[in-house]
Design a protein around this ligand. Structure first.
Ligand SMILES: [Zn+2]
Length: 262
């Protein structure tokens, strides 16, 4: 599933390429056809991301909410757009480009109240300047749940996924099974700052990169697939060279070094 950096990158690109334009909206697959008809020809005002959710707002205050889930995918085209490929739920055509959306977990037309309700259920998004980290930090520090679970809980931190949680906990040497209330205030703050820094790097390079530019001695944009991460799916720990353990935590595979992470 795409993590927050991918969703924010999509919002940034779509804002740049489509916002302020009168857009054609269509549902070649048909499942979004009646909604598309109501949006077709209107002015797309802005595109925003909160965590893993995307919101497209029209000038008449109609909103389209998209969550990609596991299989959702956007394809961008230069005009003229080619014939739709596969089950295209929604196609948007602007003045220079078009995009197709296939296989989203959610693609729905909502109003501003529903948008507000969705956003208030989400936790702090490290990529948003308006994020309220103090509430999220307080929840972590009261919690009897494992920190590895808490970092995937979108109502605490919105936008983190399976790769970032493993990388953050390894970098800070916190064992994923430590309980939230056993994580110190200082460590909680470090989790937030690291999440923010790495997600920003993720948006910039459109990839998850958690290695340090100085240790790899090459520009981050030139890293190969196996060089970008330090623990996720790696055989041994980059600090102590012991084998890395993995198990299921909150339904996803977590990777940790039992030697370095206390
Ligand atoms: Zn280690």
């Amino acid at each position: 599933m795409p993590e927050g950096h991918t969703i924010h990158r999509i919002a940034r690109d779509h804002q740049r390429w489509f916002a302020g334009q009168l857009v054609r909206v269509d549902s070649p697959q048909g499942r979004f056809a009646s909604e598309a008809q109501l949006l077709d020809g209107g002015r797309l005002e802005c595109v925003e991301a909160f965590g893993k959710h995307l919101f497209y707002q029209w000038n008449d205050l109609q909103v389209v909410h998209i969550h990609l889930g596991l299989y959702g995918k956007f394809r961008i085209h230069r005009l003229p757009a080619p014939a739709p490929r596969g089950a295209v739920r929604m196609r948007i055509v602007g003045t220079e480009r078009a995009f197709d959306l296939n296989g989203p977990h959610r693609c729905e037309r909502i109003d501003l109240q529903a948008r507000h309700r969705l956003i208030t259920r989400l936790g702090a998004d490290p990529l948003r300047p308006d994020a309220d980290w103090s509430a999220a930090a307080a929840r972590i520090q009261r919690s009897k749940a494992e920190i590895g679970r808490l970092l995937l809980d979108q109502s605490i931190i919105a936008g983190l996924g399976n790769i970032y949680r493993a990388e953050i906990l390894h970098h800070l040497r916190i064992h994923p099974q430590r309980l939230g209330r056993q994580v110190t205030a200082e460590e909680t703050q470090q989790i937030w700052e690291l999440a923010r820094r790495w997600l920003q790097i993720g948006v910039k390079y459109n990839r998850i990169i958690t290695v340090d530019a100085e240790t790899v001695s090459k520009p981050l944009g030139r890293l190969r697939a196996g060089e970008r991460l330090t623990i996720y799916k790696r055989p041994q720990c980059s600090h102590c060279h012991q084998p890395i353990s993995n198990w299921l935590q909150a339904g996803r595979t977590i990777f940790a070094c039992n030697h370095c992470q206390k």
